[in-house]
Design a protein. Structure first.
Length: 127
C-alpha cells in the first residue's frame, strides 16, 4: 500500500496490530476550516520535548465517537470557544491502516494515497 506520509524511517510502520478499515465504521476528526482538502488530514505536529513513537507521529488522529471528539475539542485551548468542524468519514480498506491508540475512542490512521477527501461530510461545532 502506498501511504501519504513517508514511513521509511519509522520502523515497523504501520504497526503489526493495525487493521484495514471495513468500509462501514464511522470515524471522526476535527478540522479547522472549510472546504475539506487533503491538508485537513495531516498528522498533528509533535511538539518539541514530546516523546512519541515515530510511527504514531506519522498517523492522522481520528475518533470512533462524535461524543469523544466533542469533549476533546472543548479541552483544546486553541479551539475552545471558537467555531470548528467535525468531519465524518467512512474509511475503506484501501484508505490505509488504523490502530486504536491512547484512549478508548482515539485511533491512529495511516492514510493511503487512495483516500478521497471529497467523500467526507462535515458539521460545525462551537460558536
Amino acid at each position: 500500500m502506498a501511504y501519504f506520509e513517508d514511513l521509511t524511517n519509522c520502523g515497523d510502520c504501520p504497526h503489526a496490530d493495525a487493521f484495514q478499515p471495513d468500509g462501514v465504521t464511522l470515524y471522526y476528526r476535527v478540522i479547522k476550516q472549510l472546504p475539506v482538502t487533503s491538508d485537513s488530514f495531516l498528522p498533528t505536529l509533535v511538539r518539541e520535548g514530546m516523546e512519541i513513537d515515530p510511527c504514531i507521529a506519522k498517523s492522522v488522529s481520528i475518533y470512533d465517537s462524535p461524543n469523544g471528539i466533542r469533549n476533546g475539542y472543548s479541552r483544546i485551548p486553541a479551539l475552545r470557544n471558537k467555531p470548528g468542524f467535525i468531519a465524518t468519514l467512512v474509511l475503506r480498506p484501501e484508505d490505509g491502516m488504523v490502530k486504536q491508540t491512547f484512549n478508548n475512542g482515539h485511533h491512529s490512521w495511516w492514510r493511503s494515497t487512495e483516500f478521497d477527501h471529497t467523500t467526507v461530510t462535515v458539521q460545525q461545532v462551537g460558536q
